[in-house]
Design a protein around this ligand. Sequence first.
Ligand SMILES: [Zn+2]
Length: 166
Amino acid sequence: MIDKENVSYLHQGKVMALITPFDDNYFMKRALVEAQAAYDAGEIPVGAVITVNDTIIARAHNLTERLNDVTAHAEMQAITAAANYIGGKYLKDCTMYITLEPCQMCAGALYWSQISRIVIAAPDPHRGFKTMGGNLHPKTEVKTGVLADEASALIKRFFIEKRNLN
Ligand SMILES: [Zn+2]
């Protein structure tokens, strides 16, 4: 999990650096690990994690091929898993880290969950909820562009490889 050595270091008996490893980049990296798992399984590589108080309570990736289910997006899996963990349907005080801008369906599910915050890596100008006219809950705080290049590169690589196989 966390390498404690990287959190702080001692120099002549004094703590020289205290870096919190639990920032948005840290959790987006965990979402990218999920996206990579989707990639390795031949799924469009999108991953998500949901946190409460800097603890991951749900992790998921796209499973539309494996489940033969167009609704099996990473966000939908993660919302269900997080609600199960919490034992309640609302995801208040939760943050979702998602490697691609949610589609309209997932934005709708996130709306119903009343999630506190979502952090998005790559934009989806074609099918993202912003283009499609979807809405998140007015109380949901949104941050975009965290590790966007990594998330975009993975998706681009997936489609290039797919094209070459056909
Ligand atoms: Zn979706």
